[in-house]
Write a protein that binds this ligand. Structure first.
Ligand SMILES: [Zn+2]
Length: 114
């Protein structure tokens, strides 16, 4: 009985698991690219815990450009970021200065299935 419950819980958490893959930089482990995932807001505020619902395929398309970041609308910092796209749930910003970020090598490489 306990085991069965545990398995059911795993089933419930599969979508959540996919989100973790994305956060870990392993979006290729996600089963379905049309799956709606909760992405972390990528604004300049390190403490920002906002989540953005986005299809994995949309996220990957935006991140083909490594200078582009997905944030909640109005989370941009005008001085260093330029909003290039605003949707109902999210905005896409480009960093103005081109100084390389320390973590750039850890960035996700999007899978291009097209
Ligand atoms: Zn934010």
């Amino acid at each position: 009985m306990i085991f069965r419950r545990a398995n059911e819980k795993v089933g419930d958490n599969l979508d959540e698991l996919d989100s973790f893959h994305v956060e870990d930089g392993d979006p290729h482990l996600v089963r379905d690219e049309d799956l709606l995932l909760q992405f972390k807001c990528e604004c300049s505020d390190e403490n920002c815990s906002a989540r953005i619902s986005l299809k994995l395929s949309t996220y990957q398309k935006i991140h083909i450009d490594r200078d582009s970041f997905i944030i909640k609308p109005k989370h941009q910092v005008e001085a260093i970021e330029e909003v290039i796209l605003t949707e109902a749930d999210y905005s896409v910003v480009k960093k103005n200065n081109s100084t390389a970020e320390p973590g750039a090598d850890l960035n996700v490489t999007p899978i291009n299935n097209s």
